[in-house]
Design a protein around this ligand. Sequence first.
Ligand SMILES: Cc1ncc(COP(=O)(O)O)c(C=O)c1O
Length: 442
Amino acid sequence: MPSYTRSKAILAKNSKYIPGGVVSVNRVASPEITFVKAHGAYMWDADGNRYIDYHAAFAPHFLGHNDPHVTQAVHQVLQQGASLYGSGTTLLEGQLAEMICEHVPSVESVQFLNSGSEATYQAIRLARAVTERDHIIVIQGGYNGWHNDVSCNLMTPLADLGLRVSPGEYPYRPISAGIPIDHQKLVHIVNFNDLDSVRYVCEKYPIAALLTEPILQNIGIVKPEPSFLTGLRALADEFGFILIFDEIKTGFRHAIGGYASIAKVMPDLVVFGKAVANGYPIAVIGGKRRLMDFFAHSDPSKRVLLAGTYNAHPLPTIAAIATIERLLMNDGEVYRHVETLGARMQQGIEQIVSALGLCAVVARQGSAFCMYFMDHEPKDWHDLAEHHDFGLDTRMRKNLIEQGIYFFPVPVKQCSISAAHTEEDIVLTLEQIKQALARAAN
Ligand SMILES: Cc1ncc(COP(=O)(O)O)c(C=O)c1O
């Protein structure tokens, strides 16, 4: 058993000054490990234990921690004396905006924010302004940030959800205190892959927007059925709501054009974050110019307030430019590399579970994967909550961490391979998965 003595002492000290000792509730994890250094595919904790990292800080580190090309670009910009000027436009924000508009098919115009939550907040506000409607649809099992519209129905316990509802909607189940009841009434929750329920809600309420991750990546990898995203596009056109893809996790990790470019379905608005700048804090909202122009509407009563002291700060902005440069190098070599490693990982895990006689499947999109201890890939949260063996999943993750492989220790959390992982890392990881699973299953 590795020692976590120093890790625990740091948490105890920090808890005196920070509620709970940790600055994001989503980072609270057991075992309580304090990381002090990371490079490429590896992280080290305060007690000197090394881990091969598949958590990637909830997915931004697509190139690996501290990618040399990105780090060098950041150093260079600092040496050149760049600062946050807070007045007028900048060369860097223009350069990044042009790159994104050039490479993302659904984006004609962009704005920059600091976090994914800010981006989903602004996308919903923009949709409400454009449509002059208040109600929105979000997906059970999706995570879209911390604000009132979306702090709900993530991993809702089955006992709370009850029987599958279709066509229909689930009650709003807040995952935060402090959300006004009146606000909750504007948010309608339906299952992923359930077009009938989207239609049902649209026939009952004036819907401004539907916001969805194109693959649910906060409950593993729950993929859209072939007709789901095209069906959403058709319903958006029929009912006049704004279709927003939350590509905070999928965007840039699966393709620079986002998962929309793979699925060939164009949303009206899209938000990106995380892998956009390989770990630096920046988020993007983009889409059709006719909608985006509401951020600069000549009529103040129609203008949507988008502001922020730190928007397009030079460090995350240059980090995003350097990340895109890396992703474009050698005709997308990074994507071919992670696909090879992802396929190797999937094949290896499938052999292990079959040799151990376990009921399990691997769901994967390129570099992102998740093991489900059930006999089919889940089609939505309800399916997953009903059939997955959460106990086995938790035990496997804890064993892996003891063995130096960092899968985030919460069941059904997606794993991320980065460009910095090697074939050897995958082989070593598979050996450890075999042992961890054998221990967990007994
Ligand atoms: C799909 C998705 N949307 C939005 C967010 C919120 O992003 P942030 O944590 O940067 O506010 C997250 C964060 O995990 C996410 O996974």
